[in-house]
Design a protein around this ligand. Structure first.
Ligand SMILES: NC(=O)c1ccc[n+]([C@@H]2O[C@H](COP(=O)([O-])OP(=O)(O)OC[C@H]3O[C@@H](n4cnc5c(N)ncnc54)[C@H](O)[C@@H]3O)[C@@H](O)[C@H]2O)c1
Ligand SMILES: [Fe+2]
Length: 380
C-alpha cells in the first residue's frame, strides 16, 4: 500500500509574508545564520512580526552542514526562551537545524511547538521535507534524520528573500534542486504523484536556472526556481533520493564541499552509472527501467535525440554544460581546495559511509563497494 500527503501548508506568491502577521503563534524564536541575522533580509521577516505585536528572539548560531553541537546549543536557547513557534529563516542549514532543535526540545519538554520554514535559497526543499541532515564533525559523517515529525507546519516562499543569493550559491543550490528532481524520478519509490512534481521541477530548472544564475535580479526566474525547489522537495519527500545524495553527503562531511556543488559534480557520473550508458555504449534491445526515465526527463528538457543511447548521452552532456556555464568544476581536482593525497586516502571510508547513507537505499541500481570507489576515483 502506498500513500501520499502534504502536511506542510505552503504560502507563496504576492504578499505571502503577510502570513506572519496572521499567524496564531505569539512567542517566536527565529532560527537563522549570522550572515542573514546581520543583513537587511531578516527585516522582511521581523517587520510583519513586529507590526502584529508578536514577541520574538533571534537565535543566529546556525552554520553550514549543521553539526550536533550547534543543535544542542539551539535546544538550550529554546528551553530558556520557551517559544510557541520556531521560524527558520535561511538555506537548508537553518531549516534543518530548526527541525532538529524543535524535535529534541519537544521531546525534552513534552510541549508542542509550531515550525514555519522560510527558505532563503532555492535549493534543498527542506521547507517541505521530513529530512534533517546533521553532521557528526568528529567522525565526519552526515546523518539524514528522517521522520514525519520533522515536517514543518508551514512554509513561506517569497522570492524577495532569494534575490541577494550570490551567483555561486545560485548555481550550487539550483543544481541541488535538479538532482532532487532527477533522483526522486528514478528512485525505486517513485510514484505517479512524486513523478508529476519532479517533472515540473526539472522543466522549470531547464527554463529558468541559467536565467537566475546569469541575472540574479530576474524576479520571474527567481520565483520560478523558488517554486521548483519546493516541488522537488515534495517529490523526494515522497520518493526519497539515491546514490548521488548518498555520495555527496560524504564529500560535504569530509571536505566541506557545498552540498549542491557536490551533487552537481557527481550527477553526470551517477546518470552514467545508473543507466549503464557511457561514451562506449552501443544500442541494445532492452534497457533497465531507469534508462526510460532518464529519456523522459531529457525529452522534457528538449534534448530528445536519435535513440535511447544518444538521448541519455545528451542528458549527461546537458548536466555538464550547466555545470560549466555556472562555473561549477567538473572534478575534485578542478575544485582546487582538496589535495589528491587527502582525497584518495578518504575514499574507502567515504564509500562505506555512502553505502550506509539512508538516501542510497532507493537508488535504482544497487551499488557495490567497488562501484562507489570507482565513481569517487573518476570524480578526481
Ligand atoms: N532537509 C533536506 O531535505 C535537505 C536536502 C538537501 C540538502 N540538505 C542540507 O542543507 C544544507 C545546505 O543548504 P543550502 O544549500 O541551502 O545552503 P546553506 O543553508 O548552507 O547556505 C549556504 C550559504 O548561503 C548563504 N545564504 C543563504 N541565503 C542567502 C541569501 N538569501 N543571500 C545571500 N546569502 C545567502 C548562507 O549564509 C550560507 O553561507 C546541507 O547541510 C545539506 O546537507 C537538506
Ligand atoms: Fe540535496
Amino acid at each position: 500500500m502506498k500513500s501520499f500527503d502534504i502536511k506542510t501548508k505552503i504560502y507563496f506568491g504576492d504578499n505571502s509574508m503577510d502570513r506572519l502577521r496572521d499567524t496564531p503563534y505569539k512567542r517566536i524564536m527565529i532560527v537563522t545564520d549570522k550572515f542573514i541575522a546581520e543583513s537587511d533580509l531578516l527585516k522582511i521577516v521581523t517587520d510583519p512580526l513586529a507590526q502584529s505585536g508578536k514577541e520574538y528572539k533571534i537565535f543566529s548560531d546556525v552554520v553550514p552542514d549543521p553539526p550536533v553541537e550547534k543543535i544542542v546549543g539551539g535546544v538550550k536557547a529554546v528551553l530558556e526562551y520557551a517559544p510557541d513557534c520556531l521560524v527558520a529563516v535561511g538555506g537548508g542549514s537553518a531549516i534543518d537545524s530548526a527541525k532538529a532543535i524543535r524535535e529534541f526540545a519537544e521531546r525534552m519538554t513534552s510541549q508542542k511547538m509550531g515550525l514555519i520554514a522560510i527558505p532563503t535559497t532555492s535549493g534543498t526543499g527542506s521547507e517541505v521535507t521530513a529530512f534533517s541532515v546533521i553532521t557528526d564533525s568528529v567522525h565526519h559523517i552526515k546523518y539524514p534524520l528522517v521522520s514525519d515529525s520533522l515536517l514543518p507546519d508551514e512554509a513561506i516562499l517569497d522570492e524577495a528573500l532569494v534575490m541577494s543569493v550570490p551567483q555561486n550559491v545560485t548555481a550550487d543550490t539550483g543544481m541541488d534542486v535538479l538532482t532532487h528532481a532527477i533522483e526522486a524520478y528514478t528512485s525505486i519509490n517513485n510514484n505517479e504523484f512524486s513523478a508529476a512534481l519532479a517533472e515540473k521541477s526539472v522543466e522549470i530548472c531547464g527554463a529558468f536556472l541559467l536565467r537566475a544564475y546569469l541575472d540574479g535580479h530576474d524576479a520571474h526566474a527567481r520565483r520560478k526556481m523558488h517554486v521548483a525547489s519546493c516541488l522537488a522537495g515534495l517529490a523526494f519527500n515522497s520518493a526519497s533520493l539515491g546514490l548521488n545524495h548518498g555520495m555527496a553527503h560524504q564529500l560535504g562531511a569530509n571536505f566541506h564541499i557545498p552540498h549542491g556543488r557536490a551533487n552537481a559534480m557527481l550527477l553526470p557520473h551517477i546518470i552514467e552509472y545508473n543507466s549503464g550508458i557511457n561514451i562506449h555504449s552501443r544500442s541494445q534491445k532492452e534497457y533497465p527501467k531507469q534508462v526510460e526515465k532518464y529519456v523522459s526527463l531529457a525529452r522534457l528538457l528538449g534534448l530528445q535525440n536519435f535513440n535511447t543511447i544518444t538521448t541519455v548521452r545528451a542528458l549527461v552532456n546537458w548536466v555538464q554544460f550547466m555545470d560549466k556555464e555556472m562555473n561549477i568544476p567538473l572534478s575534485i581536482s578542478q575544485l582546487g581546495t582538496v589535495s589528491g593525497k587527502d582525497y584518495f586516502s578518504k575514499i574507502p571510508e567515504m564509500a562505506e559511509a555512502a553505502l550506509k547513507d539512508a538516501c542510497t537505499a532507493t537508488n535504482p541500481k544497487v551499488p557495490s563497494y567497488d562501484d562507489v570507489v570507482k565513481i569517487y576515483q573518476d570524480l578526481w
